[in-house]
Every structure is written in structure tokens, then in C-alpha cells.
Design a protein around this ligand. Structure first.
Ligand code: NAP
Length: 284
């Protein structure tokens, strides 16, 4: 049995499936990216997402704005895209400059075009287990990665380190749903958690979404646990995760690499959400 969970391979399979569905459509799904400022990491993320769109046949448009753009101007642009029949998905690349309220921007997006799954309506639907929700890409990517690697979460103790609104919290909400393929027992840890090692060593599946390079060491992992690394850090020209892969690999039963684990799945889920938005807008 392969120990490394190959997120890139699984993401490519999903993208192929999406591309096949798009080939059958006369009209092609359209996705708009809004990029504010010149943050190199944001530019690189948007560029990877645009390339993935092109591979599957999704039409993508990049709208770039200077850091000085006013919140009201950005909202006006989003409202135009909300009305545009050629646009099925809207993605505002985060983070935004500090003078712009991210919450207001997320709320301005038509929930049906909210391919990042950050609009409060979609977040609420996700918590309620409503299948019409557009789900946030990284948690959905992790859930799909587990499913496609035949790693059952039902009844398992999943420990997630990190409680952000984009990774930790929504992943907990997804995996604890009273639904087939979910039903996990979930524990969330954060920077104020006492006895972190005691909790992490009780995990059947450990998810690291901490934002600290190589934070998870072998002594924090139960032998034969599954380890999912969400972190992305550039260190001396290398990309590393939140998990110290070298030391954790020998004791884990399965582990995601960085790069090539959760990252490609996040992009694949963005494309999946765009296709779902496209179908749902066509029906309405
Ligand atoms: P975030 O908003 O900074 O959240 C980090 C979480 O980790 C917080 O809940 C924080 O606790 C917790 N934490 C920090 N230090 C800790 C410690 N010493 N012990 C226990 N918990 C600790 O980060 P994020 O946006 O969720 O992202 C996490 C990582 O994933 C980053 O490296 C990011 O670049 C990466 N990421 C990757 C993808 C992908 O597609 N692969 C997508 C999104 C994010 P508090 O809440 O108490 O501060």
C-alpha cells in the first residue's frame, strides 16, 4: 500500500473528470478572479488557478486593481459580475489591503457565484448540512482526498490543529456531519490549547493547519495515524509544510507531501465549485 497520498495525481483525475463534463457543454463556465495589489504569493496563486481553468475548459478572466482601490469601487465591480450572465464564479483573492473589509466583500458576492464558499449563506448552509451549499475549497479538498484514498473517517478521531475560517473550522463542520462519509469525532486545537501533544497523539487522522513550518514532530503523532499537512511555507528556496515530513513519515500510516498534497486539491475544488455554480445558474 502506498504511504504517500498523492494529491497532485488525485487532483489531476478530478480535473480530467471536470474537463470531460465541460466538453459536453455548449456554453462554457466562466470564472472571474479579482486581484488587489501586488502581493507576489497572491499573484502566484491566481496564476496557478488560471492555468488549471485553461486545462479544463473554464473561461477565466483576471481583473487587477491597485492597492489604493476603495472598498465601494470593489463592491461595485462585484455587483457587475453578479449580474453578468457569462460569469458563473467570482473569486476575490485574499488577503485584501487593510482598508477593505473582507467580510463586506464576501457578502457582496452572489452566494450562487461564491466559488470560495466564504459567503455567510454558504457557511450557514454548510453547518446545517444543506447540500446546496458551495463548500470552501481547502476543507472540501481534504475531505475528497481522504475519500479518494479510501481513508474512512466514520467513527475516527480527527484532530485538526487550527481554527481559521478557511481551513480548520469548516473542515471540522464537514467531517462531523451526520452523513455517509463523515461521522468523524472531531477535536479542534489552537494556540491556546493546553496539553497539545496529548490531544494530537490520540488522533487517528491528524490535520495540521497551523501556519508554522515543520511544527508537527514525530512525538506529536500516534503510530499509524494518517497525517494531512495543509501548511505552505517557502524556506531557503524549498516549499515545506506544517509537518516535519522527514521525522513523521516513518511512523504515519499515510501522509500528504508538501508540495503535491492538499494544495492541488484546493485548486481542483475551485474548478468543481465553478462547474456546480454553472449548472445551478443554468437551472435558475
Ligand atoms: P491561520 O488563519 O493563521 O490559522 C492558524 C491556526 O493555527 C490558528 O487557529 C492558530 O490558533 C493555530 N496555531 C498557531 N500556532 C499554534 C500553536 N503553537 N499551537 C496550536 N495552534 C496554533 O492559518 P490558515 O489560513 O488556516 O492556514 C494554515 C496554513 O495552511 C498556512 O500555512 C497556509 O499558508 C496554509 N494554507 C494552505 C492551503 C492549501 O491549499 N494547501 C489553503 C489555505 C491555507 P489561534 O486561532 O489561537 O491563533
Amino acid at each position: 500500500m502506498k504511504k504517500i497520498i498523492d494529491g497532485r495525481k488525485i487532483a489531476n483525475e478530478i480535473m480530467k473528470e471536470i474537463g470531460e463534463q465541460i466538453l459536453l457543454q455548449e456554453k462554457k463556465p466562466g470564472l472571474a478572479f479579482l486581484l488587489v495589489g501586488d502581493n507576489p504569493a497572491s499573484q502566484s496563486y491566481v496564476s496557478s488557478k488560471k492555468k488549471a481553468c485553461a486545462l479544463t475548459g473554464i473561461r477565466s478572466t483576471l481583473l487587477e486593481f491597485p492597492t489604493s482601490i476603495q472598498e465601494s469601487q470593489l463592491i461595485k465591480k462585484i455587483e457587475e459580475l453578479n449580474r453578468d450572465p457569462l460569469i458563473d464564479g467570482i473569486l476575490v483573492q485574499l488577503p485584501l489591503p487593510s482598508h477593505i473589509d473582507e467580510k463586506k466583500i464576501m457578502q457582496a458576492i452572489n452566494p450562487k457565484k461564491d466559488v470560495d464558499g466564504f459567503h455567510p449563506l454558504n457557511v450557514g448552509k454548510m453547518l446545517l448540512g444543506d447540500d446546496s451549499a458551495l463548500l470552501p475549497c481547502t476543507p472540501l479538498g481534504i475531505k475528497t482526498l481522504l475519500e479518494r484514498s479510501a481513508i474512512a473517517v466514520e467513527g475516527k478521531h480527527v484532530v485538526i490543529i487550527g481554527r481559521s475560517n478557511i481551513v480548520g473550522k469548516p473542515l471540522a463542520a464537514l467531517l462531523m456531519q451526520k452523513k455517509k462519509g463523515c461521522n468523524a469525532t472531531v477535536t479542534i486545537c489552537h494556540s491556546q490549547s493546553d496539553h497539545l501533544n496529548e490531544i494530537t497523539t490520540s488522533a487517528d487522522i491528524l490535520v495540521a493547519a497551523i501556519g508554522r513550518p515543520l511544527f508537527i514532530k514525530a512525538n506529536m503523532v500516534k503510530p499509524n495515524a494518517v497525517v494531512i499537512d495543509v501548511g505552505i511555507h517557502r524556506q531557503q528556496g524549498k516549499i515545506v509544510g506544517d509537518v516535519d515530513f522527514e521525522t513523521v513519515f516513518p511512523i504515519a500510516s499515510k501522509i500528504t507531501p508538501v508540495p503535491g498534497g492538499v494544495g492541488p486539491m484546493t485548486i481542483a475544488m475551485l474548478l468543481k465549485n465553478t462547474l456546480l455554480s454553472f449548472f445551478s445558474l443554468q437551472r435558475s
